[in-house]
Design a protein. Structure first.
Length: 83
Protein backbone atom coordinates (compact mmCIF):
# COMPACT_ATOMS: atom_id res chain seq x y z
CA UNK A 1 0.00 0.00 0.00
CA UNK A 2 1.23 3.53 -0.79
CA UNK A 3 0.59 6.18 1.89
CA UNK A 4 0.97 9.94 1.46
CA UNK A 5 1.44 12.03 4.60
CA UNK A 6 0.87 15.76 4.81
CA UNK A 7 3.55 17.66 6.70
CA UNK A 8 2.20 21.02 7.95
CA UNK A 9 -0.75 20.62 10.29
CA UNK A 10 -0.53 16.82 10.26
CA UNK A 11 2.98 15.56 10.96
CA UNK A 12 3.91 18.81 12.75
CA UNK A 13 1.26 18.10 15.38
CA UNK A 14 3.10 15.03 16.76
CA UNK A 15 6.49 14.13 15.28
CA UNK A 16 7.11 11.10 17.54
CA UNK A 17 3.77 9.56 16.52
CA UNK A 18 4.45 9.96 12.80
CA UNK A 19 8.01 8.67 13.15
CA UNK A 20 6.62 5.50 14.74
CA UNK A 21 3.85 5.32 12.12
CA UNK A 22 6.36 5.56 9.27
CA UNK A 23 8.64 2.90 10.73
CA UNK A 24 5.71 0.55 11.37
CA UNK A 25 4.28 1.07 7.89
CA UNK A 26 7.65 0.57 6.21
CA UNK A 27 8.31 -2.48 8.39
CA UNK A 28 5.04 -3.98 7.15
CA UNK A 29 6.15 -3.42 3.54
CA UNK A 30 4.18 -0.25 2.80
CA UNK A 31 5.56 2.68 0.84
CA UNK A 32 5.34 6.05 2.61
CA UNK A 33 6.04 9.53 1.26
CA UNK A 34 5.53 13.07 2.50
CA UNK A 35 3.54 15.23 0.09
CA UNK A 36 3.55 18.91 0.99
CA UNK A 37 2.31 22.07 -0.71
CA UNK A 38 5.54 23.81 0.33
CA UNK A 39 8.00 25.12 -2.23
CA UNK A 40 11.31 23.25 -2.47
CA UNK A 41 13.04 26.25 -0.87
CA UNK A 42 10.90 25.63 2.22
CA UNK A 43 12.61 22.32 2.89
CA UNK A 44 11.55 20.00 5.64
CA UNK A 45 14.50 20.01 8.02
CA UNK A 46 13.69 16.75 9.79
CA UNK A 47 14.69 13.53 8.02
CA UNK A 48 12.03 10.83 8.15
CA UNK A 49 13.83 8.50 5.69
CA UNK A 50 11.00 8.75 3.16
CA UNK A 51 10.73 10.68 -0.10
CA UNK A 52 9.41 14.23 0.11
CA UNK A 53 7.37 15.70 -2.76
CA UNK A 54 7.16 19.51 -2.83
CA UNK A 55 4.05 20.57 -4.74
CA UNK A 56 4.83 24.30 -4.87
CA UNK A 57 1.29 25.31 -3.81
CA UNK A 58 -0.51 23.22 -6.43
CA UNK A 59 -3.02 20.54 -5.48
CA UNK A 60 -1.42 17.34 -4.27
CA UNK A 61 -3.54 15.19 -6.59
CA UNK A 62 -1.05 16.14 -9.34
CA UNK A 63 1.88 14.60 -7.45
CA UNK A 64 3.86 11.92 -9.29
CA UNK A 65 3.53 9.76 -6.14
CA UNK A 66 0.11 8.13 -6.48
CA UNK A 67 -0.93 6.89 -3.03
CA UNK A 68 -3.67 4.50 -2.08
CA UNK A 69 -4.26 6.52 1.10
CA UNK A 70 -3.90 10.25 1.76
CA UNK A 71 -3.47 11.44 5.37
CA UNK A 72 -3.99 15.20 5.44
CA UNK A 73 -5.54 17.62 7.92
CA UNK A 74 -6.90 19.64 4.99
CA UNK A 75 -8.40 17.42 2.25
CA UNK A 76 -8.96 20.54 0.11
CA UNK A 77 -5.17 20.64 -0.42
CA UNK A 78 -5.34 17.27 -2.16
CA UNK A 79 -7.98 17.88 -4.81
CA UNK A 80 -8.84 21.55 -4.57
CA UNK A 81 -12.48 20.62 -3.90
CA UNK A 82 -14.22 20.66 -0.53
CA UNK A 83 -14.56 17.20 0.98
Amino acid sequence: MKIALDYDGTMTKDFPFWEEFIELAKGMGHEVAIVTKRYEEETIKKDFNVPVYYMCRINKIFCEFKPDIWIDNNPFDITGYPS
